[in-house]
Design a protein around this ligand. Structure first.
Ligand code: FAD
Length: 394
C-alpha cells in the first residue's frame, strides 16, 4: 500500500498528526500495536494546556472536551500544613487549566479519524522501518500480529510510537545524542470511586513525600503518592495508601480527604529524557518517542501535541509549496520548546518531592523555593506561565 505519511503509533501524537494532515488534504495511514479497546482504556494524563485545548477546538474534535472537561482557574501548592493557591487564570491573562483525561482525548480522535475515512490498523505486530534515509521510506508490519507481512510505501514516516517503540532506534546510534535523568522515586497512582475532595488540583510537599489530588469526573478521583523507585505495588494495601494520603495532605485548618473504593492502582517511574536530533532522513519523531518528562509538570501529552503541530505545518509547506524549510528545522524548532518544558518538569519535580538523601540545608532550600513561588508575584507568574504552556515559536 502507498500513502503520503506513514504514522507509527495511535497515541495523542499519531492521532493528532493524522487528523491535522487530513484537514490539510494530506493522506496518512496509522499503524498501532495495541487494540482500539486498549488504547481507549489506558489511564494516563489528565491536564491539558490552553494551547492543546485551542488546537483540539480548531480541529473540530473538542466538542465533548468542552462539555465534559473541567476548567480550573488555578491549583494549590501545599507545604508545612498550609495551602497556597496559584491563580493561573489571573496570572496568565485569562487562561484555564483543563482537566480532561487522555483516554477521552484518544476516544475523540479515533472517532474523528474513522468518521473521516482515516485508516488505522490496530493490533499490528512486527513493525519495522526501512530506507528512512532515502526519499522512499517504508514501514513493514503484520496485521493482527500474525497476518502476512505488509508494506506501507510513503514519502515520510512519523515515529509517534512512544518511548519503547521502534522509531527512535531507527536513527543510527552514531547520530543520536540522548540526555537522561532517572529520579530516585516513583508515583503510586490510584483511581477512586468518590466525589472530589477539592475542586482544583493539589500538589503537596510533606516530610514523608509528595502527594497529588486530581479529579477525573464528579464520581472518580485520581490520587498519587510519591514512593521509592524500587517499591512494589504489593507493599501498598488500600489502608496504607489512605493512611499515607491523609498524613501527607493534612492541613492546619483541617482539610478533609474523601475516601472511596480504590478500583485501580499502579506505580509509574519518573524519568526525564531528550533525543537529539528528532529527525533523520525522512523519519520524524514526535511525542514520547523523542522525549519524556516526569508527570509533575503535566507536560507529556501537551508536548506531543506541540511537536505534531510543527510537523504538520512542515509537511503542509512541503506538499502545498514544495518548501522544506520547516521540516529541515524540525529538531531545532521543537527542541527549543521541549528543553524549556523539560526544565519546568524537572523544577516542579525537585521542588515538590522529598529526596530522602537531602541534607537539612537542601530541605531548607526546597521549602524556601516553595515559599518564594507562592509569595512573590514574579515567581508565581513564571510558574503559571510555564504550567499553562509556553507559546510555539517557529
Ligand atoms: C501516570 C501518568 C500521568 C501522566 N500525566 C500527564 C498529564 O497530566 N499531562 C500530560 O500532558 N502528560 C501526562 N503524562 C504523559 C502522557 O501520557 C504522554 O506523554 C503521552 O501519552 C505521549 O503521547 P505519545 O502519542 O507521544 O505516546 P503514547 O501515548 O505512548 O503513544 C504511543 C503509541 O504507540 C504505540 N506503539 C508502541 N510501539 C509500537 C509499535 N512497535 N508499532 C505500532 N505502535 C506502537 C503504543 O501502543 C501507543 O499507543 C502522564 C503519563 C503517565 C504515565
Amino acid at each position: 500500500m502507498r500513502t503520503q505519511v506513514g504514522i507509527i503509533g495511535a497515541g495523542p501524537a499519531g492521532l493528532l498528526l493524522s487528523h491535522l494532515l487530513y484537514l490539510q488534504g494530506i493522506e496518512s495511514v496509522i499503524i498501532e500495536s495495541r487494540t482500539r479497546e486498549e488504547i481507549e482504556g489506558t489511564i494516563r494524563a489528565g491536564v491539558l494546556e490552553q494551547g492543546t485545548v485551542d488546537l483540539m477546538n480548531q480541529m473540530g474534535v473538542g466538542v465533548r472536551m468542552m462539555k465534559e472537561g473541567h476548567f480550573h482557574e488555578g491549583f494549590e501548592l501545599r507545604f508545612n500544613g498550609t495551602g497556597h493557591r496559584v491563580n493561573v487564570h489571573e496570572l496568565t491573562g485569562g487562561k484555564y487549566v483543563t482537566v480532561y483525561a487522555q483516554h477521552e482525548v484518544i476516544k475523540d480522535l479515533v472517532a474523528a479519524r474513522l468518521q473521516a475515512g482515516g485508516q488505522i490498523y490496530f493490533n499490528v505486530g512486527d513493525v519495522s522501518l526501512h530506507d528512512v534515509d532515502t526519499s522512499a521510506p517504508k514501514i513493514r508490519f503484520r496485521p493482527n500480529k500474525d497476518g502476512e507481512l505488509q508494506e506501507i510505501a510513503c514519502d515520510y514516516i512519523a515515529g509517534c510510537d512512544g518511548f519503547h517503540g521502534p522509531s527512535r532506534p531507527a536513527i543510527p546510534q552514531s547520530v543520536r545524542k540522548e540526555y537522561q535523568k532517572i529520579y530516585p522515586f516513583s508515583w503510586l497512582g490510584v483511581l477512586v470511586e468518590a466525589p472530589p475532595s477539592s475542586h482544583e488540583l493539589i500538589y503537596a510537599n510533606h516530610e514523608q513525600g509528595f502527594a497529588l489530588v486530581s479529579t477525573r469526573s464528579p464520581q472518580i478521583q485520581r490520587l498519587y503518592l510519591q514512593v521509592d523507585a524500587k517499591d512494589h505495588i504489593d507493599n501498598w494495601s488500600d489502608d496504607r495508601i489512605w493512611s499515607e494520603l491523609h498524613t501527607r495532605l493534612e492541613t492546619k485548618d483541617g482539610f478533609k480527604l474523601i475516601e472511596g473504593p480504590i478500583f485501580q492502582k499502579g506505580i509509574v517511574s519518573m524519568r526525564s529524557f531528550v533525543c537529539d536530533p528528532m529527525q533523520y532522513g525522512r523519519l520524524f519523531l514526535a511525542g514520547d518517542a523523542a522525549h519524556i518528562v516526569p508527570p509533575t509538570g503535566a507536560k507529556g501529552l501537551n508536548l506531543a501535541a506541540a511537536d505534531v503541530q510543527v510537523l504538520a505545518r512542515g509537511l503542509e509547506a512541503f506538499y502545498k509549496a514544495g518548501k522544506t524549510d520547516i521540516l529541515n528545522r524540525y529538531t531545532e524548532i521543537c527542541l527549543r520548546r521541549i528543553w524549556k518544558a523539560e526544565r519546568f518538569s524537572w523544577f516542579m519535580t525537585t521542588m515538590l518531592h522529598r529526596d530522602m538523601g537531602h541534607t537539612p540545608f537542601e530541605r531548607g532550600i526546597q521549602l524556601a523555593e516553595l515559599d518564594y513561588v507562592t509569595s512573590s508575584r514574579a515567581a508565581s507568574t513564571s510558574l503559571a506561565e510555564n504550567y499553562i504552556g509556553l507559546p510555539m515559536e517557529f
